[in-house]
Design a protein around this ligand. Structure first.
Ligand code: GDP
Length: 424
């Protein structure tokens, strides 16, 4: 059985916690795309963990964790995260790295930063983790797979090819010093040794796990609207965060994915640039931002304040559709207990028309939200673990969202802790 946990929106929906909850009855947890550019916040008995590259199963000793071929592998960051986790008392996680995953190079991170600096005001709000240059090189076929680190002549030749191109751009476009090829080559050889025991053919491993009836959990990063094809391009990430891509980036058959859990917050939050129709500003934004998440809405990786807004049913319905959601998980319901009434965006208005289908980027940029206002419940529901125990207005809010989104909300989270979750 393969289950996927993915985001319905712009990321930060609370997938980390839900992955941690569902990991309990999984045998393998797999990261299938992205890199150290996003983070999952997990709070358990050992404390609070912001995981970036490590799969969320690392906090459960029984679980095998896999970094699939679709991931952008920053080896230094991975090892640091691994050491941090172990240093805080977690038993050594079982971790496997795909021999076909590609290696994030220091120059990818530099190019990310140089390009955002060059773009200035027109920048994309990149986390500057090297993601766009990394995937650019992957599809230009000048990337380096983990397996190539163990073939020194091939590594040298490929590195030279890539660096020749990089140095020309560094000099002509960014006016920066060239890359020290020799030093990087030796650093890569060292990194290769430090991860050697973890590197395997993870695709074969996962197919074997499936043959043995094991339960595999695909752990998505970001959300639908950051998908390069179906999202708010160009304000997207560079590798698909959709469950459909999960099959590719992890290395499991598409037909094996049976459950797609699409996570969404009870309001909206968004890190980075791009159209965000229900965005709040001023005092209302500050209040929601400070009350959101476990310690305010600030990026798990970057610490940047997140943009916040009301629940956007148009975007979430679309987000669930492109994910192929079989059920929805609603998080952060506890955050809204302070409001007298809660607006929910049920349509967009654009050029005199009202639309309910999520449009392409140029149209989206002109859209204004159409709100339906629901009564608040004015109560603290933090830690409530049954639907019936929620105040009537809170239940009505959930039912309204479910009707709008068109996917059953089967799991609800009322606080950042693992135990503050229930199914209905
Ligand atoms: P992810 O990238 O989708 O895993 O999202 P993050 O975990 O980075 O962001 C979600 C934030 O909300 C984190 O600070 C979580 O600790 C927090 N969180 C998750 N679920 C809940 C919830 O139900 N209530 C509250 N108050 N915080 C939550």
């Amino acid at each position: 059985m393969v289950r996927a946990i993915v985001g319905a929106n712009w990321g930060d929906e609370g997938k980390g916690k839900i992955t941690d909850v569902l990991a309990e009855d999984s045998d393998v947890v797999v990261r299938f795309q992205g890199g150290a550019n996003a983070g999952h916040t997990i709070i358990n008995d050992f404390g609070k963990f912001a995981l970036h590259l490590l799969p969320s199963g690392v906090l459960h000793q029984r679980i095998a964790n896999v970094i699939g071929p679709g991931v952008a592998l920053d080896i230094d960051k991975l090892l640091k995260e691994y050491d941090d986790v172990v240093g805080r008392g977690i038993p050594r996680p079982k971790l496997f790295i795909s021999d076909r995953a590609q290696v994030m190079m220091p120059y990818h991170v530099d190019f990310d930063r140089f390009e955002e600096e060059r773009l200035g005001k027109a920048s994309f709000g990149s986390t500057k983790s090297g993601i766009a240059p990394f995937y650019g090189d992957k599809y230009l076929k000048i990337g380096i797979q983990v397996c190539m680190l163990y073939d020194p002549p091939m590594l040298r030749e490929r590195l030279h090819g890539a660096i020749t191109q990089k140095n020309a751009i560094l000099e002509a476009l960014y006016h920066k010093p060239p890359i020290d090829e020799e030093a990087l080559y030796h650093k890569l050889l060292e990194q290769a040794e430090s991860i050697r025991p973890m590197v395997i053919d993870t695709t074969a491993y996962l197919h074997q796990a499936l043959a043995e009836q094991k339960s595999i959990l695909l752990e998505g990063q970001l959300g639908s609207l950051r998908d390069p094809d179906h999202g708010i391009y160009p304000f997207t990430t560079s590798a698909s965060p959709l469950a459909g891509y999960g099959a590719v980036g992890a290395g499991v058959p598409a037909s094996a994915i049976t459950n797609i859990y699409c996570v969404t917050k009870a309001y909206s939050s968004c890190v980075g640039a791009g159209p965000f129709t229900t965005e709040l500003f001023g005092d209302a934004a500050v209040e929601l931002r400070n009350r959101g998440g476990d310690a305010g809405e600030y990026g798990a990786t970057t610490g940047r304040p997140r943009r916040v807004g009301w629940f956007d049913a148009v975007a979430t319905r679309y987000g669930c559709m492109v994910q192929g959601a079989t059920e929805c998980v609603l998080t952060n319901l506890d955050v809204l207990g302070y409001l007298d009434e809660i607006p929910v965006c049920t349509a967009y208005e654009v050029e005199g028309r009202t639309i309910t289908d999520f449009p392409n980027t140029p149209t989206l940029m002109k859209c204004k939200p159409v709100y339906t206002k629901l009564p608040g419940w004015k109560a603290d529901v933090r830690g409530v673990t049954s639907f019936d125990a929620l105040p009537p207005n809170c239940r009505s809010y959930v039912d309204f969202l479910q009707k709008q989104v068109g996917v059953p909300i089967r799991m609800i989270s009322t606080g950042p802790k693992r135990c503050e979750t229930f199914r209905r």
